[in-house]
Design a protein around this ligand. Sequence first.
Ligand code: BGC
Length: 365
Amino acid sequence: MKLIKKVLFAALVLLVSAGTVFAGGGSQGQSGKTLIGVVMPTRSEERWIKDGNAVKEGLEKLGYTVDLQYSDDDIPTQVRQIDDMITKGVKALVIASIDGSALSNQLANAAAAKIPVISYDRLLMQSPNVDYYVSFDNYKVGGQMGDILITGLNLNQATAAKPVIIELFAGSPDDNNSVGFYQGAMDKLKPYFDNGVLTVPSGQIERTVIGTLRWDAAEAQKRMENLLSAYYSGDVVLDGILSPYDPISLSCLEACKAVGYGSTPGKPLPVVGGQDCIVASCKSILAGEQYATVLKDTRSLGAATVTLVDTLMQGKTPTGLDTSSYNNGAKIVPSLLLDSVIVTKDNLKAAVLDTGYHTAAELGL
Ligand code: BGC
């Protein structure tokens, strides 16, 4: 409830102020209403379906017409979809990119047509033509990924005499969020690396080495399998995994199970966190396998975006934004950053079921 109140407050803060910035209002969709373009990266990940629905339904409730497209994780498809939307005369663009740096031409065209661009969840990079960014505080999300390992592995009780053994995974290198997630987590874990409590047998620590292109869980599973066979022979047992994304967490757990973790004495499943609070991970958490995840409530992100679009379409200037945290390489993008929540077995009912994020039926309860 606290989270929802906070988001509603943030959404309200956005509504104030004067001064027309963008044309707004005039452009019409098929039904004669103002047309808004919304582009999401892929339909094959649970979260983006929820995001797309939240934004579309919220805007439609306010009377807008929405052109919602999914880009199948294919950059040319996303480019084409945005080109088409500009041609159709959308009055605002909400874009969750695949590669944050691949859309500069489209963003320039949008700016030339005075179409405001809202970078949704993932920051659009290297372009001055990005007007707003709506996301979670990605550095804090990363910090929560670190906290999950600190708690789940009891790092404050561990000593360098018996180091805790982990491996690290990062998100897609072309997604700016991966930087915040990695940095936030590593800043939390650094003291435990420095005092010898944490060790990474593979030595693979740099973000560029541990990244997972397009967040591909199958690729992560292969990497986990390779790590296990190369560095975990004999009695070296993996205690934990830093994972930035639930499907990667589940794939890593599969790779571990395949070599006896969770079914061999002395080889419990490693402690692994994640992100997105997907149904399969919630089930895994309830079954005592995945240790935790980070819930970024897509309903809140959708609601904040809808309020922002509506504010702009009314010719108002949003206020109450963070104007220092997100530099996309060309400008500081005014941002609205929401809070996320760590979910473990202990608070899953309160954070996920009671808030209606997933239903009991979805979780098989
Ligand atoms: C999002 C995450 C998501 C990941 C993979 C990131 O940009 O912030 O929530 O898990 O992409 O889709």
